[in-house]
Ligand binder design. Sequence first.
Ligand code: GLC
Length: 420
Amino acid sequence: MPMQPWFSDAKLGIFIHYGIYAVDGWAESWSFYTGEVTHEQYMKQLDRFTASHYDPAAWAELFARVGAKYAVLTTKHHDGVTLWDTGHRNLDVVRDTPAGRDLVTGFVDALRERDLKVGLYYSHSDWNHPDYPSVRHVGPGEPASPFSHAEPGKEDPAAWERYLAYRDGQVGELVDRFRPDLLWFDGEWERTEEQWRMRELAELILAGNPDAILNARMLSHGDYATPEQGVPLQAPDGPWELCLTINDSWSYRPTDHDYKSVRRLVRYFTETIGMGGNLLLDVGPMEDGTIPAEQVERLEGLGAWISRHADAVYGTVAGLPPGHHYGPSTLSADRRTLYLTCFDVPREAVSIRGLRNAVRRVSVLGTGAELGHHVTGGLDAVPGVTWIDAPAAADLDEYATVLAVELDGELDLYRGTGRD
Ligand code: GLC
C-alpha cells in the first residue's frame, strides 16, 4: 500500500516529549535506566505530575501558526507511563498522577480542529512493566540492564507473551480510539523483529486503519526512515524525516540552555527539505503542560521564516543535488521553479552550475525584487555558468534569503565531467 501523500508534503512536524519526567526535569526514562537518578526518585515524579495548565488547543494553535502540518506526542515513553486512559493497565497519568485525566483525547481533537495530522509516539520497550525484562536480546555485547533484560537462565517466555499482549492491547486502543495518521514507534533496539512480532503488530494496526503511516522503528514494516539529530549527507531512500531536539534534550530540562538559534533551525529545516525530508522538531513541555518560552520563541522564529518563504517550502520536492549551488534548494512540483537558499550574504553573484535550462526570471522570495542574470561559457553539450546578480542589502532575509529562479521548462541538469 503506497504511503499517504500528506507526509511528504508536510515538511514540518512538531515532536512533543511530555510525561512525568518533566516534573523534576530529568531526562525522559533514560535518567533511571542509566542511574542518573534512582528508580525510586524518578517514580516519585508520579505524585507531582499535574498537567494543570495543559491546553492542547493552544499547542495546536502554535503548531499551525508556525507552519507545521503534523505533531507527534509521546503517549508512552520507555518509562511505561501512558498519557491516556488505557484499559491495559500498568502505569498511567489518569490513575497514578494528580493529573487524573486522559491527555491524548484533547491533543488529538485539538490537532484535528486545526487540520493538523495526528502522530502518536509509542515505545515498544517498557522499563517499568513487570513482564518486560523476561527475555534477552540475541547478539553479543548487548546491554543487560535489569530494567530491560532477563538474567541469563531466567528467561520467562510466558511473561514475554503477556507483555506482547499488553503492548498489542495498548496499540490497538490507540488505533481504535484515536485513529492516528501516524504511529511513531521507538525502543525497537532491545529485541529482534521476531521477538517483537512486528508483522503481527503491523497487521493489527493496518487492519484498524489501513492509511496509518508507520516509522522505521517498526523495522521492516516501517514506511519511512527516521535519522535522528543529524542531517544525513545523502537522502535516505524513499520518504524520510529528521527528528531533532530544539536544545540538546528531548524532554524538558531546565538545566539545558544549549538552544539552537532560529538561524540554525532555518539551516536544519532548509537542508532537510532540500533533500526531500521532513523536519520533526522536538519540544519538551513543563510538567504543567506549558511549552517553555525559549522553545516557543524559536518555533515562532522558524515559523515566521517559513511564512515569508512558503512558496519554497510547501508543494516542493528535493532540489539540486550538491555541486550545482552552494546551499540547499527546493523545486516546485511542476519542476519549473528552483528555490535557491543563501545562508550568507551573496557577494557580486549567486551561481548555478550545470543548468541546461534558460532562465526566464529571478526574484527574491518575500520582497519580489527582480535580479539580473546571464550565462557565461558553455560548449556543445556542457552548459555554462548561470550568474544571478546578488540581491541588494534591503532584499536580504535576516536568516536565509531565497531566490526564485523561473526556468524555461522542467529542470534539466548536466551531470557530466565537462567534455560531454
Ligand atoms: C531515542 C531515545 C528517546 C527519544 C527518541 C526520539 O530513541 O531513546 O528517548 O524519545 O530517541 O527519537
